[in-house]
Design a protein around this ligand. Sequence first.
Ligand code: ADP
Length: 260
Amino acid sequence: ADLLAKSLPKKKPINGVKQILLIASGKGGVGKSTVAVNLSVALKEMEPEKEVGLLDADVFGPSVHIMMNLHDTPLITNDNYMMPLTNYGIKCMSMGNLITEKSATMWRGLMVMNALNKLIRQVAWGPLDYMIIDTPPGTGDTHLSLIQNIPITGAVIISTGQKVSVQVAKRGITMFEKLQIPVVGLIQNMSSIQCEYCSKKNDIFGNYIKEFSDSIGVEILERIPIDSCISEGSDDGKPIVISHPHSPQAHIFRNIASKI
Ligand code: ADP
């Protein structure tokens, strides 16, 4: 990565896009897409005059289109650009809008890079104040390609409190630091679950992330508990910020939006 940082090619901005934020994690299934979707919606809600775009860069396991209830394929402009799909005021693009469930599940590296490039450069994003990019888990070609090719403003790292989740996330943070991408903050997802009978909170994944945050001096922006309204919202294509706007959880996502 040191060598890579030195040999970075000149990054080419995405026309009209001001700030680009990567949502990343070490392990999968920790809530990256959930945060990317709710954060985008919260940003738009807080600053309606601003344009927000959401790019699902998880080419192998796209899910943003489901969480945003966008199931169409994009229209193509005369000059061959794809029109982003829009819901809740957010312009979105996901591989899930370009492939059927049966196709393109086993791609080779180069095909992934081509697909990623299309999602970035062949989409008529128009002017955007914020582009939120949901990345695949880990630290692979997708991250390197994004970092090398486009000017990234910063990255937010999602992890549970569990040691194994944090330790894998740590590798991602090292990569971002070496490639000179500011890590804006950590988000602890699935931080606790509340018993529906006695209301007692259980920190099921522990709190190793706190120790880690202290040791690297990167703030935990927010802690998001496990809440069935969050997972149901993802399945229904209605993020909790929209479906339960007055819930404490929606408030947490708004807090994240105000901090970044
Ligand atoms: P990733 O993008 O890191 O793979 P997802 O955002 O897809 O993770 O989340 C994994 C699963 O967990 C999804 O089914 C999602 O709905 C659910 N989920 C994520 N965060 C929460 C939460 N705080 N409470 C309840 N379910 C959650």
